[in-house]
Design a binder for this molecule. Structure first.
Ligand SMILES: Cc1ncc(COP(=O)(O)O)c(C=O)c1O
Length: 434
């Protein structure tokens, strides 16, 4: 029973034809959405073959090597280096680019922790540039403003699976000779001006963690068209070994970040479905965005024409509570009760994480740390959407049919129809909680 239920009951408008499920009405949706992960005979076959081969490590079996080649090609790249996750891939990419201690790396504040932690673990300083309020991606103007003489790299995140404004970002990078590493953890199969995400910067990093659009539970990959960067990444991911070196010969500080063959086997099977799944997510996402945009105060992630394929790792929208007529928290509770799984996503911008506020950088940034004060940094757009505006729906929901999208849209409409009573209920609940 939701908090404040009794007050909602009291103020309920009895004439409302469609009572919210939050107060005992019939939910808009009772069937589950498409499950995740998707797997089948292809995974079973490859996994069994790997098991029986006894070649379980990347250095001995064929699966990871096959996956690296196929994934890189699909993403417009000559080289792919598969690693244990999409955090390590970012760090290796930074190290391969020659990022030195206390160099500055520009990142957005609206992203998962790893985009920043990888920078710190490369002993570099994350510098936040705000996002655009409508696309939720790094704002090139903010990037330009964040550049100093110490800036060495930019990590644009293709947030939710929509490519960042890469032409503008690459133009800035070219002028200042900066390295651009796409954080494409959400962007498998995404397209920008008909070019694949993953091939738009100097390097890119993808994740195959459980929630991602293809998954092996964990995993990551670096893609690039630059042979020298690829060689550096391959060496770093393999204990600093070099192609013509002997086994116990290590050339750079590194470790064993190789992906295993079982994960390679699963990913090869997952990759067979990626194009069709991406097309479906993209079609459904577009369809739902158009429907939701019809409701006042709801703004689905704005899609520039440059985005020729959105991979919809997340479907995101903003709510303007005043225009919608009820706040985000109430919308989310009501939608959940209607059978629509959703959340508010990140509760606060990355620069407000305790790690940043307390400068809990472990052994990293010994000199720069004294001068840094992330408590003073505000990123108004990111802060606003975290605090009160953003709503997330997850990728698996977009693997279903148009009927699924209609159910979601109907639930939003129903909540909007009930906005007045929902707003009163929410205000009462907030007062009672104080
Ligand atoms: C934007 C972004 N970057 C990086 C990562 C890190 O990937 P992994 O969890 O595979 O380390 C994630 C993962 O959730 C992510 O969402």
């Amino acid at each position: 029973m939701p908090h404040g239920f009794h007050s909602g009951q009291k103020i309920r408008n009895e004439t409302m034809s469609q009572k919210l499920a939050l107060w005992g009405g019939t939910p808009s949706r009772t069937r589950p959405f498409a499950p995740w992960p998707v797997f089948g005979k292809a995974e079973e076959k490859r996994l069994l073959r790997t098991l029986r081969s006894g070649k379980w490590g990347r250095l001995h079996g064929p699966e990871v090597a096959e996956f690296e080649g196929r994934f890189a090609k699909m993403h417009g790249c000559k080289h792919g280096i598969a690693v244990v996750n999409g955090t390590v891939s970012l760090r290796i990419a930074l190290q391969s680019a020659g990022i030195r201690a206390e160099d500055e790396v520009i990142i957005p504040p609206y992203t998962f922790f790893s985009t920043a932690s990888a920078v710190i673990e490369a002993n570099a300083v994350p510098v936040f540039a705000d996002i655009d309020l409508d696309t939720f991606n790094l704002d090139p103007k903010a990037v330009q403003a964040a550049i100093t003489s110490r800036t060495r790299a930019i990590i644009p995140v293709h947030f939710a699976g929509q490519p960042a404004d890469m032409d503008a970002i690459m133009a800035i990078a070219r002028k200042r000779k900066l390295i651009v590493i796409e954080d494409a953890a959400h962007a498998h199969g995404a397209g920008y001006k008909n070019r694949p995400a993953g091939s738009l910067g100097h390097m890119a990093s993808f994740s195959f963690q459980s929630s991602k659009n293809i998954t092996a539970g964990e995993g990551g990959i670096i893609t690039t068209n630059d042979r020298r960067l690829a060689e550096a990444c391959r060496s770093i991911h393999n204990c600093g070994r070099v192609p013509d070196g002997v086994w116990y010969e290590h050339h750079v500080i590194s470790g064993n970040y190789r992906l295993g063959e079982f994960q390679g086997a699963v990913l090869n099977a997952q990759l067979d479905r990626l194009a069709a799944q991406t097309e479906r997510r993209d079609g459904n996402g577009k369809y739902l965005a158009a429907k939701i945009a019809e409701l006042p105060g709801l703004y689905p992630q704005e899609r520039p024409i440059d985005c020729t394929r959105h991979s919809y790792h997340l479907f995101m929208l903003r709510i303007d509570a005043k225009k919608f007529g009820a706040p985000r928290g109430a919308l989310i509770k009501a939608l959940q009760a209607e059978g629509i799984p959703c959340s508010g996503g990140y509760g606060f911008s990355l620069q407000q994480q305790p790690m940043f506020r307390n400068k809990a950088f472990g052994p990293y940034l010994p000199k720069a740390s004294a001068k840094l004060d992330y408590r003073k940094i505000s990123c108004p757009n990111s802060d606003l959407i975290c605090r009160e505006q953003c709503v997330w729906l997850e990728q698996n929901m977009f693997l279903g049919s148009r009927t699924d999208m209609d159910d979601i849209a109907r639930a939003f409409e129903k909540v909007h129809d009930n906005r007045e009573v929902l707003n009163q209920w929410s205000r009462k609940a907030m007062k009672e909680a104080k």
